[in-house]
Each structure stands twice: as C-alpha cells, then as structure tokens.
Design a protein around this ligand. Structure first.
Ligand SMILES: Cc1ncc(COP(=O)(O)O)c(C=O)c1O
Length: 360
C-alpha cells in the first residue's frame, strides 16, 4: 500500500510516480466532472491576444451587471462584487468587517473552514456553534447563544459543505431573526445551483429589503471554472460598497471576467451539469448504501458518507492506494466527502471501494 496521505488540496499531479501509472482520479474537491463551460473556453481563446492590456473597470462592472441580470431584474451592478474565487470574496468580507482586534465571528463547526482559517491567521476570536450531530441541522438558538456584543459576522453554509444537508427557508428566517442588525450574515450559496429541495430559501428578498446579508456564489462548480478562480457576492449596495472597498485595482484577471460573462450564457452546459449531478448522486447513494454505508441526503454536487464498520481513514487510504483521491470530511471524525463524477468515474469509485472493503 502507498504511504501517500490525503492532504487538503491534493491533486492527481501530486501523487507519486507509482500511482501516476494507474490513471489517478480525484473526486474530492467538488469540481465539475463535465469540464469548463465551452462558451467560457471560447471567450478565453478570443481574448488571449489582448492580455497585454489591463482589464478595464468597465469589464468588471459589465460582469456585475450580467450577474445581477441573470438573477433578478430588481438587482443591479451595485448589488454585486466579484473576486478571484468565492474564497477571495469571503476574504474581502472578513477584511472589511473584522477591522478591530476584538471583532468576533460566529461559525458552524461542521462546515467549510475558510473563515476559521482566516481567523487563525488574524488571531481574532471565533465562537463556534455545533450543528445537529445526527442530521446536521442548524439551530437558530445555538447561533443566538454564540453571538456577543463583539460579533461582526455570522456564517451559514447552505447547502452545507461537507455534509450536503441544507437549511430550509423557515430556519433561515429564524436565524435572521436572532442576528442583530449590525451583524452581517454570510449565506454561502456555493452549491445553490444543485439544489432541488422546494423549501430551500430564496435569500434574494432579504437583499432587496436591505438586510445586513451577503450571499456568496462561485463560478467554480456549476460552470466548471474552478481553475480560473471567479466568485461573487450579492448584497445591498451599502454592504457591497464596504466589501468592494478592500479590492485592489485591476483585480480580477481579464480571462476570468470574459469567461464569466460567457458562462452566464451557457445554459446548455449548466443544465447538463445539473442533470449529470442529479443522476450520479442518486446512483452513488444507492451503491454506497448497498455497500454498507450511511449516506446523508445531499443538495450539493457531493455526498457525505460513513461506513457502518470500517473507519473513514481506512477507506481514504485504501482508495488512495488505488490512485483514487476522496476527502475526509472536515469538522467530522469518521466521514468521507465524495464529489459526484461522470457515470464512468462513479462506476470506478464503486469498484474501487468494493475492492477496499473486501481487503478489510
Ligand atoms: C462552501 C464553499 N464556499 C466557498 C467556496 C469557494 O469557492 P471558490 O472555489 O470559488 O473559491 C467553496 C469551494 O469549494 C465551498 O465549498
């Protein structure tokens, strides 16, 4: 067995030569298995020979305008901020809102750890709240209990990464009700395009009503542009002004801006991505269940599972030895997060997992 261990951000290129010969596969970072939006790729090709010129401010606001129009005719460019990936957009929010040493954030423990890492560097205090240990529901009262007079940010990830579970509309309303007006709620919607639950919240009315809320989205997943780095936020103009205030000039690169504009037109790729994900998620859920795993219902482009008897670390290591990268679910001891692949990739996962479980 290989001694390669999973590390966050590990890619197939990082695997040792003996695994490179086995057609390594990664279903660990919730990337789009169908590839980038073809329209975005064409826009990139069309702009390669213009890279000697800085991206214009106009191009940035054109993308903001197009994003706004793709969501609602009640939104304008003043409601949008773009950054080099959703992570950077979250960093803009942190930098613009956690401006004093005593500023605190309220973050879920079993969730996307970016803001926690940011605090790790800044030294500012985090008050964590726990999700339900069985079904990973969010509890408004736990969020309320974690808020102090120093709280500046509350983060809710919906659908939640790594569990795939979601916060329904009525719970989001209860969460909003317990957050003081001067505290910003970040509603991370990185996976919203994959949602089919009818009671998933539409948070746009809160933005339009001028609530202190920031919706984060990304081109990484649905448009297959993770490698390009492009994300955005949707918020009332005053929030956007504050967040965008920390951006440098010529911030997002020109290829990302033109690709974003083109991707928004690529409804065919979007629909293919959604259909592949829904079918793959259902099939993988059935197969994992058959193999003795518990699979949490997911609204995202990944599923989280744990095996009845075999520890997650054995499964992750066993799959790694077969040149297959999956991710231990962060914030949880014994769970694995698996991205949905193409039908062929999903079959290979099931075959590889079957082999690992037979060896135990
Ligand atoms: C919940 C969540 N938020 C934000 C991001 C950041 O997205 P990006 O890749 O655009 O930086 C991710 C990426 O995986 C994510 O899972």
């Amino acid at each position: 067995m290989t001694t390669t261990e999973y590390k966050p951000g590990l890619s197939v290129e990082d695997l040792p030569p003996e695994l490179q010969t086995r057609e390594p596969l990664k279903l660990a970072s919730n990337e789009n298995p169908l590839g980038p939006s073809p329209l975005a790729l064409q826009a990139i090709r069309d702009n390669l020979d213009k890279l000697n010129i800085y991206p214009s401010r106009q191009l940035d606001s054109q993308l903001c305008q197009a994003i706004a129009a793709s969501i609602s005719d009640q939104l304008g460019p003043e409601n949008i901020v773009v950054g080099s990936g959703g992570i950077e957009v979250l960093e803009f929010v942190a930098r613009s809102h956690l401006t004093t040493p005593d500023a605190e954030s309220v973050l879920p423990r079993q969730s996307f750890p970016f803001l926690a890492r940011y605090h790790g560097r800044s030294g500012q205090k985090i008050n964590f709240y726990d999700l339900d240990e069985e079904d990973f529901s969010y509890y408004p009262e736990r969020i309320a209990a974690a808020i102090t007079p120093q709280t500046r940010l509350v983060y809710v990830c919906n659908p939640n990464n790594p569990t795939g579970t979601y916060v329904p509309a009525n719970t989001l309303q209860q969460i909003i009700d317990v957050i003081p007006d001067d505290v910003l709620l970040i509603h991370d919607e990185a996976y919203c395009d994959f949602v089919d639950a009818p009671d998933y919240p539409d948070a746009l009315p809160y933005v339009l009503a001028g609530k202190n809320i920031f919706l984060m989205r990304t081109f990484a997943k649905i448009y297959g542009l993770a490698g390009l780095r492009l994300g955005y936020g949707i918020a009332p103009p005053a929030v956007i002004e504050r967040v965008a205030g920390v951006k440098r000039n010529f911030h997002v690169n020109k290829l990302a801006l033109v690709a974003g504009l083109a991707a928004l037109q690529d409804e065919a790729h979007r629909q293919r991505t959604i259909a592949n994900n829904a079918a793959g998620k259902q099939w993988l859920t059935e197969q994992l269940t058959r193999l003795g795993c518990r699979v949490w219902p997911s609204q995202a482009n990944f599923v989280m599972f744990s095996h009845e008897t075999v520890p997650a670390s054995i499964i992750v290591d066993g799959l790694m030895a077969l040149a297959f990268i999956v991710r231990p679910a962060f914030g949880l001891d014994n769970h694995i997060r698996l991205s949905i692949g193409t039908p062929e990739q999903n079959v290979r996962l099931v075959e590889s997992l079957t082999a690992v479980l037979q060896q135990v």
